[in-house]
Design a protein around this ligand. Structure first.
Ligand SMILES: NC(=O)c1ccc[n+]([C@@H]2O[C@H](COP(=O)([O-])OP(=O)(O)OC[C@H]3O[C@@H](n4cnc5c(N)ncnc54)[C@H](O)[C@@H]3O)[C@@H](O)[C@H]2O)c1
Length: 265
């Protein structure tokens, strides 16, 4: 039997990058998957690919900046599948700015998705999960996984708003874990630099700021990784699979670095 057989999973920001890799991994491990994203076409594309392989998959358009939309997203999953076992709050954005150049709009944009959006999606998911039957006798009723970042472990040059939003994700994870135990587990993942569209944006904005060649910021980051290779979305998806599985039932309130050893605390 596959590790996520019978599990209903919802991944926000699942239309591309890390979220799409998690959706794919969950499907491979036997879960039914709902792919939710601001970019409806991308979400549909991922769900269509999974369905073509015989996986039970749906897509949803959602803007997690709007708490009512997150509540409606959870309601639709439950109407369609009867329950929600695993919620991955993965949707995220970044703007690379010096502290002095960070405008109120930059600050609000990043917090509205990464902190506020994550918080209200988690709240909507937990409201439902706390009321449902355990995943199996003796098991939690649901599992929440928040996408933080190693940037949330300390201030980062040119990333004040982003680092603050990811520190918020880590602390929200801890509060939710303690408030919802023993009914739910709540953990987060802190990736290092992963080769997705988000890093293409980071590299471009950083290079513009420091008048460096495009690609040089990324290369410098990758060189610093002790495991000596780039991190892939699948590396992050492997941790998301563990945190969704029975093997992590006694783990809650933790934030795991998946970064090839970049940050050791
Ligand atoms: N790429 C990295 O190096 C890295 C490192 C650490 C953490 N992360 C985090 O991992 C997560 C995924 O990152 P990624 O690299 O795959 O990024 P990405 O930009 O490739 O994908 C992000 C997805 O989130 C969606 N999204 C953005 N705003 C949304 C909103 N308001 N509502 C719903 N969906 C929304 C986008 O449409 C997109 O599909 C983010 O939370 C990011 O902060 C990424």
């Amino acid at each position: 039997m596959k590790t996520l057989e019978g599990v209903i999973a919802l991944v926000t920001g699942g239309g591309r990058g890390i979220g799409a890799a998690i959706a794919e991994r969950y499907a491979n491990d036997g879960a039914a998957v709902v792919v939710a994203d601001l970019d409806e076409a991308n979400a549909r594309g991922v769900a269509d690919r999974l369905r073509a392989r015989g996986v039970e998959a749906e897509s949803l358009a959602v803007d997690v900046r709007e708490p009512e939309q997150s509540a409606a997203m959870i309601k639709r999953v439950v109407e369609r599948f009867g329950r929600l076992d695993v919620l991955v709050n993965n949707a995220g954005v970044i703007r690379v700015r010096s502290l002095l150049d960070t405008s109120p709009d930059d600050w609000d944009h990043v917090q509205s998705v990464n902190a506020r959006g994550l918080f209200f999606a988690l709240q909507a998911g937990a409201r439902h999960m706390l009321d449902q039957e355990p995943m199996a006798p003796g098991r939690p009723s649901g599992k929440i996984i928040n996408m933080a970042s190693i940037a949330g472990r300390g201030g980062r040059k040119l990333m004040a708003a982003y680092s603050a939003s990811k520190a918020a994700a880590i602390v929200i994870t801890q509060t939710a874990a303690v408030e919802f135990a023993p009914r739910l587990t709540v953990n987060s993942i802190c990736p290092g630099p992963v080769g997705t569209d988000m890093w293409t944006q980071i590299d471009r904005e950083w290079a513009e700021h420091e008048q460096r060649p495009i690609g040089s910021v990324w290369e410098e980051r990758v060189r610093a990784i002790p495991m000596k290779r780039t991190e892939t979305p699948d590396d992050v998806a492997a941790m998301a699979a563990f945190l969704a599985s029975k093997d992590s039932d006694f783990i809650t309130g933790q934030s795991y670095h998946v970064d090839g050893g970049l940050l050791m605390l």
